[in-house]
Design a protein around this ligand. Structure first.
Ligand code: PHE
Length: 322
């Protein structure tokens, strides 16, 4: 029994001195191998008197289990410290995953739509391929109006065209439902303009329409002022300038004070009765106002971008800044 205790001590001492996996394996073979020390002791067990066999066998088994545990422990500690030394540096930064981000135009559209949804506007979608009826006729735009010219509108086959304004959505929505309604329609529009720093053949507009039994010009002014304050800060200055649109009367262009001068930002006005008639609304019972703004123009102001083409070139150096 004392011999076995000593043997256990011996194994543990030798293991303490072992520096690497190889040394541990060697010691393990010497004690636990097929021809190792412990196997030899099991052999000797046979020659003991049978009265002593059970007790001695029990002790020897216990030693074997104890020894196996010692080796296992030692191998785990050596294993993890060797790993640490070789290929794992916990001070290195973790793997970097690049997340996507929203396009600046999307950001501006979301900001604007969230302002208007707080004012009770519902976001609706229209079509980019339209007919002359929705893009012009129902909007009270006469046949000889210059915007119908093919220099100003992309015509497709079979009487279709790419919409040149989001005002088309006014007509589609009013045809679909009864007043009152309060809608906002963001989307792409197309015009055959020569591309330069401030023109693109495709850009984005947001159309607003408010129809009720009472929706006055001063409501329009209030709503737009509130909107511009939320967008540009409470000190923003705006000005209504008389203008003409076939689908609103009276019509205005709205400017904001920007640096030294005034900058045109959107078109607006009271819905022309001819438009209500085109969608079958009773012009004596409803009134309303509409407005349309260019998203790129606002994005350029907000972010200090001086060339509209940057939005559409997909350059990562540009896009990563938002
Ligand atoms: N559709 C006009 C444009 O594209 C803007 C506008 C919308 C003006 C609604 C008045 C009312 O210029």
């Amino acid at each position: 029994m004392t011999n076995l205790k000593l043997l256990e001590q011996e194994i543990s001492d030798r293991l303490n001195q072992a520096a690497d996996v190889k040394a541990v394996e060697e010691i393990k073979i010497a004690y636990l191998g097929r021809k190792g020390m412990i196997a030899c002791l099991f052999q000797e067990l046979k020659s003991l008197p049978s009265s002593e066999k059970p007790e001695a066998g029990k002790l020897l088994n216990a030693l074997k289990i104890q020894a196996e545990e010692l080796f296992q422990k030692k191998l785990t500690t050596i294993g993890s410290s060797e790993k640490l030394d070789s290929d794992f540096d916990e001070t290195l930064p973790g793997a970097q995953y690049e997340t996507g981000r929203l396009h600046p135009i999307t950001l501006v559209i979301r900001e604007i739509t969230s302002i208007f949804t707080q004012l009770g506007f519902e976001i609706v979608d229209g079509r980019e391929v339209e007919t002359e009826f929705y893009n012009f006729t129902a909007l009270n735009i006469p046949l000889d109006h210059p915007s119908r010219d093919s220099f100003d509108t992309f015509y497709l086959n079979q009487g279709c065209l790419l919409r040149s304004q989001t005002s088309t959505v006014q007509i589609r929505e009013m045809q679909k439902r009864k007043p009152p309604l309060r809608i906002l329609a963001p989307g792409r529009v197309y015009r055959p303009d020569a591309v330069d720093a401030s023109h693109s053949f495709m850009f984005h507009q947001i159309e607003g329409l408010w129809v009720d039994d009472r929706a006055t010009f001063s409501d329009l002014k209030g709503i737009l002022h509130l909107f511009l304050r939320k967008l540009f800060g409470k000190d923003v200055q705006m000005r209504f300038r008389p203008h003409f649109f076939p689908f609103t009367e009276p019509s205005v262009e709205v400017d904001v004070k920007w640096k030294k001068g005034w900058l045109e930002l959107l078109g607006a006005g009271q819905v022309d009765p001819a438009v209500f008639s085109a969608v079958g609304y009773d012009t004596k019972k409803v009134q309303g106002f509409a407005f349309g703004l260019g998203v790129e123009r606002i994005a350029m102001l907000k972010y200090g971008v001086n060339d509209i083409r940057l939005f559409f070139e997909n350059g990562l150096r540009f896009l990563k800044q938002f």
